[in-house]
Design a protein. Structure first.
Length: 158
């Protein structure tokens, strides 16, 4: 994809993400949120109109910085954070890690050694990774009050 195409895709993604500012802020606090994100302040209209107007004024050259500031200052779900991080990393040209190396590292990890507190580990996974893509998760999830089967889930995602 060309740089222009990547920036257009980033603008669409950030447009949807910045729309959530209206849910998290009142009219009074929205101006402060704009300041934190280095978005131009706007004072007229509904919250949605203010957010759209402010975001429209952000130049394409500043979109990556906006994505970075959003990650640093806003509480976002794992899927949103992963989208933003992927966009930033694609621009940063991260080092290539061959699939073979990834597989060797995954095989060398012993989940029982890494996971001393299974319940806390699962909460951390749910917070930092979008791992709800398993179609059988409903069947394999522990019942309320049961400890999760950490070695099995960890093996699925390694």
């Amino acid at each position: 994809m060309s740089k222009d195409g990547e920036r257009a895709a980033l603008r669409r993604m950030l447009g949807g993400i910045t729309a959530s500012l209206g849910d998290r802020n009142t009219h009074k606090t929205l101006t402060g949120a704009f300041t934190v994100l280095s978005m131009p302040p706007t004072d007229e209209g509904s919250k949605r109109e203010r957010i759209e107007a402010s975001f429209a004024q952000v130049p394409d050259s500043d979109l990556l910085q906006l994505a970075e500031r959003f990650l640093q200052t806003q509480d976002v779900d794992a899927a949103t954070r992963i989208q933003l991080q992927d966009a930033l990393w694609a621009e940063a040209s991260p080092p290539e890690i061959p699939m073979r190396t990834r597989r060797e590292i995954a095989r060398a990890l012993d989940p029982m050694v890494l996971v001393q507190h299974p319940a806390r580990f699962m909460k951390m996974l749910d917070r930092f990774w979008a791992i709800n893509d398993d179609p059988f998760s409903e069947l394999l999830s522990p019942r309320p009050g049961e400890e999760p089967a950490v070695p099995y889930r960890a093996a699925l995602h390694l």
